[in-house]
Design a protein around this ligand. Structure first.
Ligand SMILES: Nc1ncnc2c1ncn2[C@@H]1O[C@H](COP(=O)(O)OP(=O)(O)O)[C@@H](O)[C@H]1O
Ligand SMILES: [Mg+2]
Length: 873
C-alpha cells in the first residue's frame, strides 16, 4: 500500500476544491502540476512530463519556474482552460512541518485582468445567462474595466448578444448545462467562450438581490434603475458570486450596475454583423480588412474599445447622432486643435484598466508611473478643450478630472523608472519617508558610520588606539589594548579577552549593528508597505479615474473620426427623421481605401422611402452588386455612429435596424449549404423589420433550386413591400425579379452597368436604372473556356426555360396581372422573350398579303439564320 506523503495529502485536498482548474502548486521556486493536470499541461504547453517518486507510487508531474509562469498561464487561458494558483502562505523557514499553502487566485478566460492576457482594443466579457420560460436574463462584466451590465431579453436575441459582446466565458446554472441539451448545443455553437456551470441557487433572485446590495453597500437597487429587473438580476448575482470566489481580492472598482440601454441603439444581429464584416472579415476572421480595422484611428486603448462599441451598436435617435456629429465637425474644422489633441492622446496609457488593477491590488509601481504620466497630460488636454463650443466637447472638458493629487502623490513617492517586482525594493523615492531614507542610508553608509563612531569614541575616551571591528561571533565590537585598560568607560560591556587587548560592546553600537544588518531587509519591507499604502490611496480615486477614462475615450473616438474624415474626404451626412435615403457619390469605406490600381467607382442611392422603397439590383456575377448594397448599409451605419461618410452629399432618415441576409452560397465562412439558416434569418427579418428598417438582401433564395429560389425571393420582396414597407436593397442574379416593378410602383429596377467588348465583359461598376435581361452566366462560362458543345446546349436549355416562364398569353407566370396593363409592362415583358419567341413575333408581324415571294424567301432565310446563330445569348 502506498502511503500519501503529507504534501500530497495537502495537494489532493486543495485540488478537490478546484476540480475544473489546472492547479499550479508552488514548491520553492517552481509551480508544479500533478496527475491529469500535469499531462494536460505537458500536452498544451509542450513542457516535459516527469514524475514524482518512482515505481508504483509514481505521480505524473510537470512544472515551470515561478517567474516564468505568466506566459504559460497566458497560453492555457487562451486555450480556454482555467488556472488556480496555489501559493505558499508562509515563509518555509518558519513552517513547522509542511508549509501552509492555499489558492490565492483563480484565473479564467472571463476574469483576467493582466495586460498580457487581454486584447487592449476590445473588452473581455464574463457573461451569466439565466433561462426562464418567458425571457432570458443576461448580465455581463468586463472585470478589467469594471463595466457591469444587465438586460432582460427575448430568447431569440441571445445569439445576437453573443455576437455583439463576444463573451469569453459563460456562467450557466448547473441544471441548464445538465438537462437542456438542445439549448446548450446551440450555445456552444454560437459562443466562442468557455462554459462554466454554477450552482443553481447562485442564480436565485433573492440571493442575487442580497449579494448585489451588499456589494454596492446600498439598501436597494433603485439608484441604478435596476430595482425591477427580471431574470437578469439572478444572472448579475451569479456574476458577483463567481468573481468573489475566483478573485480573492477587492472587486470594489465595480461601482455600479447598469441596465443595458437598447431603445436608443440600432440592434445589429449576428448575421448582419458578420456579413457587413464590421469587426472581422468573413474569410479570415481578422480585424484587419473589416470596417473597424479600416476606420478605427483611435490613439488610446479605451478609445479603441469605445470605437468598437459605436461600430456594433450605432445610435437610432437623430438628436443623439447630431450631438456626436457636431463634436466631430468641430474637430474636423479645427485642424490645429485636432492634431494637438491627438498628440496628447497618443501619450495616454490604458488608465481605465490601470485603475482597475490599482483597485484590485494588482498594480505594480510601473503601472502607477504610467498612470502618473498619463495624468500629467490631462491639464493640457483639458486646456485645449476649453476653446471648444460643441456641447459634446464642452461636456468632455467638464468630465475630465486632472487628479492633481494622484499625480503629485505618485510623483513624489515612486521613482521614475521602478522595477516590475514590488517586493524587492527600489520603488520609493528618496525624501518621501524619513525612516526608509535612514534605513537605506544605514545599509549604504555603514562604513562611514563606523568610522565616525570610532572617531567619536577616541575623542571621548582619549584612547588613540581604540578600534571598531567586526567578527561573526560577536558582530561589532570596540577593541582597546591592555595599555589603556584604565581609561575604559564604565558603559563599555566586556565581551572577549584576547592576547593584548579586550573587546567591548556598547548599547549604541549593538543598536546600530541590528540596524545595519537588517537595514536592507527592512528597507525592502518598508518600501513594500509604503507602496501598498500609496496604491490604496490611489485606489480611493477609482470612481474619478473611471469617469475621466470615459471622457478620454470619448474625445479619442471623436478626434479619430474627425481625422478619418479629413484624411479620406468624408462629408457630414444630414440626419433626419424622414424615411429618405439619399447618397450622392457614395464609396465603400473599406474598398475605397483598399483598392489599388483600379480606383473605386462612386455610386448613388436615392430612395424617398415613400414612393421609392425597394431597389432590385441585377447584373452579372462580379459586377459589384454585393459591394453596392453593403456599401449603402455601411454608410448608413457609419452615419448613425455619428461619423462622417465617404460621399459627396447625403441625407439619411434614421433607420431603427439594419438587416442583412446573404444567400447561402455567398457565405464563405460558414462553408455549409444551409438553406435552413438562410430561411431562419430571413424569417427573422420578416418578423422584426419595421417601416424604419433598412433591409439588405443579397442573393436570397440561392441556397435552393432555381424555381424554388425565384419563388421565395419574389414572395419575400412582395411581402416586404406590402406589409413591412421598409427601405430594401435586393441584389439578385434572378433577373425574373425585375418584373416586380411592373406590379408595384415603389419597387424599382437597377443594374450595375456592364459593356460587352468583343468576347469580354467590361464592368463599369456604375449603378443605373433599369433591369437586365441577361444573367450573363453562360457568357462567363464561355470566357472561362467551357467546351463549345456545352455552351450551345446551355443556351438551348436557357431558351426553353425562359420560354416556359411565359404563360399562354405571353405574360410572365410570376406576375399574374390584373387585366389592365400599361405600356411599361409590355415593354418590360419583352425582356423575357426568347429567340424562338422573337421569331414567332416576327412571323406574326408579317403581312403575307403584301410580301413578294423573293422577300418572303429572304425573310425565311434570315429567320433561319437567327435561330441558328449562337453568337447571341
Ligand atoms: N464601385 C466599385 N468600384 C470598383 N470596384 C468595384 C466596385 N464594386 C465592386 N468592385 C469590385 O468588383 C468585385 C466584385 O464585386 P461584387 O460586389 O462581389 O459583385 P457581385 O455581387 O455583383 O458578384 C469586388 O471584389 C470589387 O473588387
Ligand atoms: Mg454578390
Amino acid at each position: 500500500m502506498i502511503t500519501e506523503t503529507p504534501m500530497m495529502r495537502q495537494y489532493n485536498e486543495i485540488k478537490r476544491q478546484h476540480k475544473d482548474a489546472l492547479l499550479f502548486f508552488r514548491m520553492g521556486d517552481f509551480y508544479e502540476l500533478f496527475f491529469e493536470d500535469a499531462k494536460l499541461a505537458a500536452k498544451v504547453l509542450g513542457i516535459t512530463l516527469t514524475s514524482r517518486s518512482k515505481g508504483e507510487g509514481a505521480i505524473p508531474m510537470a512544472g515551470m519556474p515561478h517567474h516564468s509562469s505568466e506566459s504559460y498561464i497566458r497560453r492555457l487561458i487562451k486555450a480556454g482552460y482555467k488556472v488556480a494558483i496555489c501559493d505558499q502562505l508562509q515563509d518555509p523557514d518558519e513552517a513547522k512541518g509542511i508549509v501552509d499553502r492555499g489558492v490565492t487566485r483563480i484565473i479564467t478566460p472571463g476574469t483576467v485582468t493582466e495586460d498580457t492576457l487581454l486584447e487592449d482594443k476590445s473588452n473581455n466579457y464574463l457573461m451569466a445567462v439565466l433561462e426562464t420560460n418567458s425571457m432570458l436574463g443576461l448580465s455581463w462584466i468586463d472585470l478589467s474595466t469594471g463595466r457591469f451590465e444587465v438586460e432582460d431579453i427575448q430568447k431569440e436575441l441571445l445569439f445576437d448578444e453573443f455576437a455583439r459582446l463576444n463573451p469569453s466565458e459563460l456562467l450557466l446554472p448547473e441544471e441548464t448545462v445538465r438537462n437542456n441539451t438542445s439549448f446548450m448545443e446551440r450555445v456552444r455553437a454560437e459562443c466562442d467562450g468557455i462554459v462554466t456551470s454554477r450552482p443553481d441557487w447562485e442564480f436565485s433572485k433573492d440571493t442575487a438581490y442580497r449579494i448585489l446590495t451588499e456589494h454596492f453597500g446600498t439598501t436597494s437597487l433603485e439608484g441604478f434603475g435596476c430595482e425591477d429587473l427580471g431574470p437578469s438580476l439572478g444572472a448579475a448575482g451569479a456574476v458577483i458570486q463567481y468573481l468573489r470566489e475566483t478573485q480573492k481580492t477587492s472587486i470594489k472598482h465595480i461601482g455600479k450596475i447598469q441596465k443595458h440601454q437598447t431603445d436608443n441603439r440600432i440592434l445589429i444581429d449576428k448575421a448582419t454583423q458578420q456579413s457587413l464584416e464590421l469587426t472581422q472579415t468573413m474569410r479570415t476572421r481578422n480585424r484587419e480588412g473589416s470596417l473597424l480595422g479600416v476606420i478605427d484611428q483611435t490613439k488610446t486603448p479605451m478609445g479603441a474599445r469605445l470605437f468598437r462599441e459605436w461600430v456594433i451598436s450605432p445610435l437610432s435617435i437623430s438628436a443623439e447622432i447630431k450631438y456626436r456629429q457636431l463634436g466631430v465637425k468641430e474637430l474636423f474644422e479645427k485642424s490645429e486643435l485636432r492634431r494637438e489633441l491627438r498628440n496628447i492622446l497618443g501619450n495616454i496609457y490604458d488608465i481605465e484598466r490601470i485603475s482597475t488593477k490599482v483597485s484590485c491590488g494588482r498594480a505594480n509601481a510601473r503601472d502607477l508611473v504610467s498612470l502618473k504620466q498619463s495624468l500629467s497630460k490631462l491639464p493640457a488636454l483639458k486646456e485645449k478643450l476649453t476653446f471648444c463650443i460643441s456641447d459634446i466637447l464642452v461636456s468632455i472638458e467638464q468630465q475630465i478630472d486632472v487628479l492633481d493629487e494622484v499625480r503629485t502623490l505618485i510623483g513624489t513617492a515612486i521613482v521614475p523608472d521602478p522595477p516590475p517586482m514590488i517586493k524587492d525594493g527600489g520603488l520609493i523615492r528618496e525624501g518621501y519617508d524619513a525612516t526608509l531614507d535612514e534605513l537605506k542610508y544605514i545599509s549604504k553608509n555603514g562604513k562611514s558610520w563606523i568610522a565616525n563612531f570610532q572617531a567619536e569614541e577616541i575623542a571621548r575616551t582619549g584612547i588613540n588606539s581604540l578600534k571598531v571591528g567586526f567578527n561573526k561571533v560577536f558582530g561589532y565590537y570596540i577593541e582597546v589594548t591592555n595599555l589603556h585598560k584604565d581609561n575604559i568607560p564604565k558603559t563599555y560591556i566586556r565581551k572577549q579577552t584576547i592576547k593584548n587587548a579586550e573587546r567591548f560592546i556598547t548599547p549604541e553600537l549593538k543598536d546600530y549593528e541590528t540596524k545595519v544588518l537588517t537595514a536592507d531587509e527592512r528597507a525592502k519591507d518598508l518600501e513594500y508597505d509604503i507602496f501598498i499604502q500609496i496604491r490604496e490611496q490611489v485606489g480611493a480615486f477609482t470612481p474619478q479615474l473611471q469617469k475621466t477614462s470615459e471622457a478620454i475615450a470619448l474625445i479619442d473616438v471623436l478626434s479619430a473620426l474627425a481625422s478619418l474624415a479629413v484624411e479620406n474626404r468624408y462629408i457630414m451626412p444630414e440626419i433626419t427623421d424622414s424615411l429618405e435615403l439619399k447618397i450622392t457619390d457614395g464609396r465603400h469605406p473599406v474598398l475605397d481605401r483598399k483598392l489599388v490600381g483600379e480606383s473605386f467607382v462612386p455610386n448613388d442611392v436615392n430612395l424617398d422611402g415613400i414612393n421609392d422603397k425597394i431597389m432590385v439590383i441585377t447584373g452579372p456575377n462580379m459586377a459589384g452588386k454585393s459591394t453596392y448594397i453593403r456599401q449603402i448599409a455601411l454608410l448608413v451605419l457609419m452615419a448613425q455612429m455619428g461619423s462622417f461618410i465617404p460621399a459627396r452629399e447625403a441625407v439619411i432618415g434614421t433607420v431603427d435596424r439594419i438587416f442583412t441576409r446573404v444567400g447561402a452560397s455567398d457565405e464563405l465562412s460558414r462553408g455549409q449549404s444551409t438553406f435552413m439558416v438562410e430561411m431562419n434569418e430571413t424569417s427573422n427579418i420578416l418578423n422584426n423589420a419595421t417601416e424604419r428598417s433598412l433591409i439588405i438582401l443579397d442573393e436570397v433564395g440561392r441556397g435552393t433550386s432555381t424555381f424554388d429560389g425565384v419563388s421565395i425571393a419574389w414572395a419575400i420582396t412582395e411581402y416586404i413591400y406590402q406589409h413591412i414597407k421598409a427601405r430594401t436593397l435586393f441584389a439578385t442574379h434572378y433577373h425574373e425579379l425585375t418584373e416586380l416593378s411592373i406590379l408595384f410602383p415603389g419597387i424599382k429596377n437597377y443594374n450595375i452597368a456592364v459593356k460587352e467588348w468583343g468576347d469580354e465583359i467590361i464592368f463599369l461598376r456604375k449603378i443605373v436604372e433599369g433591369g437586365t435581361d441577361k444573367s450573363y452566366g453562360i457568357h462567363v462560362a464561355r470566357l472561362a473556356g467551357i467546351p463549345k458543345e456545352v455552351i450551345q446546349r446551355a443556351r438551348i436549355i436557357l431558351n426553353n426555360l425562359e420560354a416556359a416562364t411565359l404563360d399562354v398569353n405571353g405574360k410572365p407566370k410570376f406576375a399574374p396581372m390584373k387585366s389592365a396593363q400599361d405600356k411599361k409592362q409590355t415593354a418590360q415583358l419583352k425582356l423575357f422573350v426568347s429567340k424562338q419567341d422573337m421569331v414567332i413575333e416576327e412571323i406574326k408581324k408579317l403581312d403575307t398579303t403584301k410580301i413578294s415571294p423573293i422577300d418572303a424567301l429572304n425573310k425565311l432565310d434570315e429567320l433561319k439564320k437567327k435561330l441558328e446563330d449562337d453568337s447571341e445569348l
